[in-house]
Each structure stands twice: as structure tokens, then as C-alpha cells.
Design a protein around this ligand. Sequence first.
Ligand code: NAD
Length: 371
Amino acid sequence: MATFNLLLLPGDGIGVETMAEVERVIAFLNKNSNKAKFACQSDLVGGAAYDKHGVAITDEAMAKAMKSDAVIFGAVGGPKWAGVPYAVRPEAGLLRLRKDMGLFANLRPAICYPALADASSLKRELVEGLDIMIVRELTGGVYFGEPKEIVTLENGEKRAIDTQLYTTHEIERIAKVAFDLARKRGNKVHSAEKHNVMRTGVLWKEVVTQVHKSYAPDVTLEHILADNCAMQLVRQPKQFDVIVTDNLFGDVLSDEAAMATGSLGMLPSASLGAPDPKTGKRLALYEPVHGSAPDIAGKGLANPIATIASFGMALRYSFDMGKEADMLDGAIAAVLAKGLRTGDIMQAGMQKVGTSEMGKAIVDELQKLVA
Ligand code: NAD
């Protein structure tokens, strides 16, 4: 039986509370799975690390992350650290993890559980059963390209410049992630760019087409202009399976798709690095999309599903435990179908529960599924 090493970084605010529920799920799997065991280490990140060590993440915690099979991250930040120096602000811990681990592929699923279809701003029939994966390039493009500056011109006017920049290699590796994912799902990829007005769009389309031909001819590929993609996501979202796109368009499109599904408390994500040439193993970090929610932190009110579902993504994408990931998704769907709701997804006639009750109910459903 395999043993996987997990680094748990709960962070601040509700990150601590939702991670406790992930630990409940891990304890269940350690007791019941005959496929793998999880060896967990924990460390501090964000404001919690700053309070103890004066930095947002220590070199020791970074070393543990680099050696781990996956990092499960909670959330960082809060008003308590509003005045700390910029270089050691809580978010710097997450940014260092992303940079040092080379996490270039950001995976944001948009899944609509049938029980929550009415919480979406779109009509039930458009979103019920929705299951999209947005693959966003995370370390290149206009957020990082140089020059990136505001200059004062001779006439006193200012001019701001951001540079959109992509190389063949950067596009190739993100396209491969998208095709690999599609093979495990609906076998269809939409590549979204603006080849009609951007040179990076021309190269993006060219390289994705080439990767498709040489690496994944078995997967269906469609090219779509990013603005049309934004429109189609609210018009007919179920036409999509995997969408691969650059850093900027991915930022916008993944938030748009997410809102079709209801609450921030429901949204998991994964960030993957390049495969190790010898072992094929990727460094990976899994985290909920939400932040530390200072307004409800410490009260046992947070929805733990986004963090638990992030661990579910680790099962699927780092540990090849798709069956267990499906079981976890099934347990979440069953709890929602029974009417249990945390405050953020509360609806009339449903039963309001807290963080640990929700976590416990999910593990109880898991228990039924293995029985
Ligand atoms: P937030 O995501 O923390 O909260 C936004 C709203 O959604 C709040 O009303 C909150 O109560 C609610 N909410 C979020 N997650 C929830 C959950 N699981 N269950 C129930 N309700 C939930 O965003 P914010 O308020 O803009 O930011 C708060 C702090 O978190 C800031 O310091 C910000 O910098 C930080 N932040 C961190 C991350 C991260 O760690 N990746 C991401 C976003 C924001």
C-alpha cells in the first residue's frame, strides 16, 4: 500500500476550522482505504507564521512543501496583519509557495450540485449537473511580463504599460495539462484566446493546435475567442468540459464560471507544477478559492466543503485515487441533498449546521458508501 506525504497549512481565520474537517476525512481514509495511507505534517503560513517567526512562511515549511506529495492549504490574511511590512504580509506565504514550487497550472472546477442549483444566478436547467474545469496558466502572461511600469512622459502625462508575453514552452505545458485532464473527464478542450487582435493569441492558437496534433489527437479540441467564451459561459455553460486559457482570461473566466455554482464556500482549486522528469510526479498545492473570512472566523460557521473538495482534487490529480474522489463528491452531494446547509448556502426549509457538523455529516455519508 502506498503512503503519501501531505503538508497541511491551515493558515489563518476559517482556514484553521475548515482544515480540521479535512483531517477528519483523512482519518477516515486512513482507517478505511486499502489503497493508500496519508502521513500528515502541519506547519504555519500567513499571519500565523508571521506572529511566531516574523515571516509569512519559514524556509523549513518551504522545504517540507517541496518534499511533500501534496500541500493542502487553508487561507491566509485578516485585519490583524493589515499593517505588517509588505514583504512579510500573509499573502506573501502563498505567493512564495506558488513561485518556489513552480505551480504554473491552476485548475478551477465549476461544479453545480443539483441540490444547490437554485442558489445560482442562472436558471436551474442551465446549471444543474454542471461540471466544467478551467485550466488557467498561472505564472506567465500580462501579470508578469516586462516592461511593467508607469512612466511620466515629457508633457507630464503618465503612461502605464503591462506586457502580455508567452513562449512556446509555456503554452505547450499548459495545453498538455488540459488534454490530460480532458481524457479523465469528457474528452473535450476549448482553448480560449484572442488570436483576432493579439499576437500572443496567434501563438497560443498555433501551439495548442500543434500539441493537439502530436500529443492528444484523441481529444476533441475547439478554439474559441475569449470574449465569446465569457458569453457562452452564461448562455449555455454545459457545452464546456475543459477550458484552457492564459493567466488574465483565466482569472476572469474562472470567477465567472464559479458564480454559476453558488457560494465561495463551495469552490475548490488545484495548482500543479511540471512533472519530475524521472518520477513523473508533480509538485501540487490544493486550496479553497475563498479567503480567511475574518467576519465569521472562530465561530464554527464556515462552510468546509471548498477545502474538503480541494483535498478531493488531490486524491484525483496527485494520488490517482479517482474512485475515492468520486466517493467524496458523492458524500458531499448526499449531505446537500439531505438539506444540510452552512450559513453561506442556507435556503428556506433547510437545516442550518456549523463547520464541524457539516464535516462530520460528510464522513458519515462516506461511511455509508464504503459499507
Ligand atoms: P473571503 O473569501 O475571506 O470572504 C468573502 C465573504 O465570503 C465573507 O463574507 C465570508 O464570510 C464569506 N465566505 C468565504 N468563505 C466562506 C466559507 N467557507 N463559508 C462561509 N462563508 C464564507 O474574502 P475577503 O473577505 O475579501 O478576504 C478576507 C481575507 O482573506 C483578506 O485578508 C484577504 O486578503 C484574504 N484572502 C486570502 C485568500 C487566500 O488565502 N487564498 C484568498 C482571498 C482572500
